[in-house]
Design a protein around this ligand. Structure first.
Ligand code: SF4
Length: 393
């Protein structure tokens, strides 16, 4: 009987406007569906909770919940409240439960933040992205930096201190100086957590069209590497712990929910387009919110963790489990991969599985072993995908 706490990811697929670089599962014309969607999501939570109880003979607690999107902060507190009540009843919260909501700075005010805090949301991740007006315009974000500053102050004024800010580097036309300006403006706000992402220009986005028709230049990967290094240096000097490739935290403010992913532990993905991993199964939910609502209303569930809205699933075999373990745990820069735990789980050492590749990556100075753990070296942080590619092929 496995009654270990697990994590819940809850997808909210609504935005007011689609940003130029966005390829997330989000929709700008479905605002009228929000209340019905909240009911469907509550139903899915209850359904998966019942399936879990049937399999485990008891309720599994939840230690983290994460409202991601889309723009979860567009959802009315009453709708969020129904979802949270269902989640708490189906997967009782641990005493220190972390409940995060992604928020766009322009969508929140004091009344809203007070209401969501009262519902139990205790961590906000603000999509700030840049402090430079021209960069925010290029990304087609709806807010300006002053709005982000105001949202952060308001969050603190209602007792929400566990805050994270997202920033983007590697933008077309962004310089080392403008990146430094954004970083310093963000640091002046003293956030306990920062997520810094390198822009990927995805197929089908307006930004890809602009690139193809020459309206914007192709970002320079060497400059992006310099921007990443600048961030590493600046944040280290400010006492941040670089605990994951793209994430920095003041001690004690690491994102517990995302640590679940990076430790390759179980999480339930709920809501349109969500992905999940539990009971040795990976699965994803139908993407289109109207189809999702219909499935949750008309269809019947399968077995844990597969609700009525599942679009696909597969059991995780050993090859995939080894690859997932490596790719997720090596993202944790200090923790790394516990070599004894790996051998205990898979019945053979990592050297047995990947000896030649490991030797090569160590000789190139991209991986290092110490104190029974395998870690990326600082030299390979920015090139980690190349390490992961070699270890998963
Ligand atoms: S706010 Fe986020 S999810 Fe919504 S369109 Fe912009 S990048 Fe995409």
């Amino acid at each position: 009987m496995n009654l270990d706490p697990l994590s819940l990811y809850l997808h909210i697929p609504f935005c007011r406007h689609r940003c130029a670089y966005c390829d997330f599962n989000t929709y700008t014309s479905l605002g009228d569906l929000q209340s019905e969607y909240a009911d469907a999501l509550s139903r899915e939570v209850r359904q998966v909770g019942e399936l879990a109880e049937a399999v485990y003979g008891g309720q599994r607690p939840s230690h983290t919940l994460f409202f991601g999107g889309g723009t979860p902060s567009l959802m009315a507190p009453a709708d969020l409240g129904r979802i949270l009540a269902a989640a708490r009843a189906a997967f009782p919260w641990t005493p220190n439960v972390e409940i995060t909501m992604e928020a766009n700075p322009g969508t929140v005010d004091k009344a809203y933040l007070t209401a969501v805090h009262n519902l139990g949301i205790n961590r906000i991740s603000f999509g700030v992205q840049s402090a430079i007006p021209g960069e925010l315009a290029l990304l087609e974000r709806e807010h300006d930096f002053a709005t982000a500053v105001s949202a952060i102050h308001t969050a603190r004024s209602v007792g929400l201190h566990n805050l994270s800010l997202d920033l983007i580097y590697g933008l077309p036309g962004q310089t080392l100086q403008s990146w430094q300006q954004s970083l310093q403006a963000a640091l002046a706000l003293q956030p306990p957590h920062l997520s810094l992402y390198c822009l990927t220009i995805e197929p089908g986005t307006p930004m890809m069209r602009w690139l193809e028709n020459g309206r914007i230049p192709l970002p320079d990967p060497d400059l992006a590497a310099d921007q990443y290094q600048l961030a590493c240096d600046l944040l280290a000097a400010q006492g941040f712990r670089h605990y994951e490739i793209s994430n920095w935290a003041q001690p004690g403010y690491e994102c517990e929910h995302n640590l679940t992913y990076w430790r390759n532990r179980e999480y339930l993905g709920l809501g349109a387009g969500a992905h999940g991993y539990a009971h040795n199964v990976r699965y994803h939910i139908v993407k289109q919110p109207r189809v999702y609502v219909r499935r949750m209303t008309e269809s019947t569930p399968q077995t844990f963790p597969l609700s009525a809205a599942v679009a696909g699933s597969h059991p995780v075999d050993e090859v995939e489990a080894i690859s997932d373990t490596l790719i997720t745990q090596l993202r944790l820069l200090q923790e790394g991969l516990d070599l004894a735990a790996f051998a205990a789980r898979f019945g053979r050492t990592l050297d047995d599985v990947h000896g030649e590749t490991l030797t090569q990556l160590e000789s190139w100075g991209m991986l290092e072993k110490s104190n029974g753990r395998l870690r990326l070296t600082p030299k390979s942080y920015f090139l980690s995908n190349q390490v992961f590619y070699r270890l998963s092929s």
